[in-house]
Structures are given as C-alpha cells and as structure tokens.
Design a protein around this ligand. Structure first.
Ligand code: PBG
Ligand code: ZN
Length: 312
C-alpha cells in the first residue's frame, strides 16, 4: 500500500499527550535509587523529582502521578494524613517549581500502613474496615487538594469511595477538582514489582477482598459504571495487557474518558526480555501502547512514557 494512503487510513494514533508518568517519592535529599526489577524506574527524593520534571518536560511530558514512600509507617497511615507528609510536601514543591506540570496523586493507604493493606483494619477480623477507611480517604484527599494536586486518583477499591471523596472535596471547596477512579482494578500478580518500589506488600493475606477477580467480565463493567454513577470524571482499567477485552467493554459502556494502567509487571516483562535479547524492545513497546489505544484507552499510565515520548 502507498505509505500516504496507509497514513490516511490509520485508525489509531499514539501521542505524548496520552501519557501519565508515575513517580515514587521518598524522603531525603539527593536520593535516587533504581529498582532492580524495573530498570529505568527510581525511588527519588523531592529535589530529584523536581529535576526529573525538567527532563520530562523536555520530552513533552507534562502529566505525572505521585506515589509516596513515607519515612515511618503505622497502623493508620498517619503520614498520609499530615500536611507535612511525603506526598503533601512533594505536591507543594513540584507545583512551585513547575506550575505547568499536571500533578495527579494516587490516593491509598497501602504505602503508609505498617501492615500494607489499603485501609484501616478491624482488629478482631484483621480485614479492612470499609467505612472507617472512607473517612480517612476523605481527609487524605483534602490534604492533597490543599497542597495543590490537579487530580486525585483513588486506588484502594473501597466501596463508595468516589461518592465519599466528592462529598469531602466539595465540602472543603474543591468542587472542580477531578477524580480519576481506579474503577476496575483486578487482584493481580502483575503488581509484584510495584510493591518493591512502593514498599507496600501486605504483611499478611492479600487484597482479594477488595480487588476484583480476574475471571469476571460483567462485574468488571459494573464496577466502572458504579464509579461513573458516584461521580467519577475519568474511569480506569488496571492492569492493562491481560485485560484488553475489559478496556473495550468499559469503553463501549461509558461516555467518560478512559485510562489504563500499564502496570509494573507488564513493564518488567518487556525490560527483562529486552535485557535477554529476546525481543525488539522498542517495537514491542510501541505495539503494546498502540494496542491500549485501539482497545479504547484515552489515557495511558505507563513507566514506558519517557522512552515512548522520545520515539514519537
Ligand atoms: C496502590 C496501588 C498499586 C498499584 C497502583 N496503586 C498496588 C496494589 O494495588 O497492590 C500498582 C501499580 C503497578 O503495579 O505498577 N493501591
Ligand atoms: Zn492500596
């Protein structure tokens, strides 16, 4: 086929503007440590994150999502509830240095609790107390908002999160602050490397009581539609690669923008295959990313963002 015709009839396009790049913020200064299972991904201190934003902008990347690794963890995740906590401090510093960056925050408790679960536990049952967690999620969201976050992305999968956050944010005056819901989040082994970076592995049990069964398609659609009804502004499917059908299903059932999270294990697999000389890494990466768009993604949260932007 003539190459111009091929371009004219191309149905899907990948662009830098589609990407959100994850950053892992740790306390300290001049600290930058690569994660063994995720080459090219670092834990970094706030000053390093500010430098990182400089290089992201040079690549044409303006959207980031922040994860925090606090100095101390406890049973209720106090660092996340403090205006001087790691993420609140990071948002303030980054927005001050780079007002043109779009700063999204991941809202959850697993990185802040000593037990590594996504909320407060009931002591007798050792399971997450949904309603008590909604209460502190609201407080955490208002702290992020006051610090200057541009969008909040609750990732904990507690029931009623979106409605509770909308209420808490509106009451604090943040009526226009958008919520990107991790609306369909599967209990996935693909999060393995993330838990090394974020130091957030559950100390006992797993997340199956609040994350979804990978076998369920109708439930996957329902979960996202529930979040839309509660007032989410953007929906999300996570992980992405093993759930292309779900991306399409949800896309066909909503008029909201749809994000996908191309998670740590998906990135780590391609990186390992690259290192072993098994694949043409750049081509496989671009094919994977365009696949997400073809499946229905508008936004792609990906550790590949810098490499892909450099190629685009
Ligand atoms: C926290 C959270 C997780 C991820 C994003 N937010 C981990 C989890 O649910 O265990 C995973 C991201 C990745 O694997 O890259 N709730
Ligand atoms: Zn969590």
């Amino acid at each position: 086929m003539n190459t111009h015709l091929r371009d004219l009839v191309q149905e899907t396009h990948l662009q830098k503007e589609d990407f959100i790049y994850p950053l892992f913020i740790k306390s300290g200064k001049n600290f930058k440590k690569e994660i063994e299972s995720m080459p090219g991904v670092f834990q970094m201190s706030i000053d390093e994150a500010i430098k990182e934003c400089e290089s992201l902008k040079k690549l044409g990347l303006y959207s980031i999502i922040l994860f925090g690794i606090p100095k101390t963890k406890d049973s209720i995740g106090s660092d996340a509830l403090c205006e001087h906590g790691i993420i609140a401090s990071a948002i303030k510093a980054i927005k001050e240095a780079h007002p043109d960056m779009f700063v999204v925050t991941d809202l959850c408790f697993c990185e802040y609790t000593d037990h590594g679960h996504c909320g407060i536990l009931d002591m007798e049952t050792e399971s997450v107390n949904n309603d008590a967690t909604l209460e502190i999620l609201g407080q955490q969201a208002v702290i992020h908002a006051k610090a200057g976050a541009d969008m909040i992305a609750p990732s904990g999968m507690m029931d009623g999160t979106i409605q509770a956050l909308r209420t808490a944010l509106d009451a604090a005056g943040f009526i226009n602050l958008p919520l990107m819901a991790y609306s369909t989040k599967f209990a996935s082994a693909y999060y393995g490397p993330f838990r090394d970076v974020a130091e957030s592995s559950p100390s006992f049990g797993d997340r199956r009581t609040y994350q979804m069964n990978p076998a369920n398609r109708r439930e996957a659609i329902n979960e996202s539609i529930e979040d839309e009804k509660e007032g989410a502004d953007i929906l999300m499917i996570k992980p992405a690669l093993a759930y292309m059908d779900i991306i399409r299903d949800v896309k066909d059932n909503t008029r909201l923008p749809l994000a996908v999270y191309n998670v740590s294990g998906e990135y780590a697999m391609l990186k390992a295959a690259q290192k072993a000389g098994l694949i043409d890494y750049e081509k496989v990466m671009m094919e994977t990313l365009i696949g997400f768009k073809r499946a229905g993604a508008d936004i792609i949260i990906t550790y590949h963002a810098k490499e892909a932007a450099a190629l685009l």
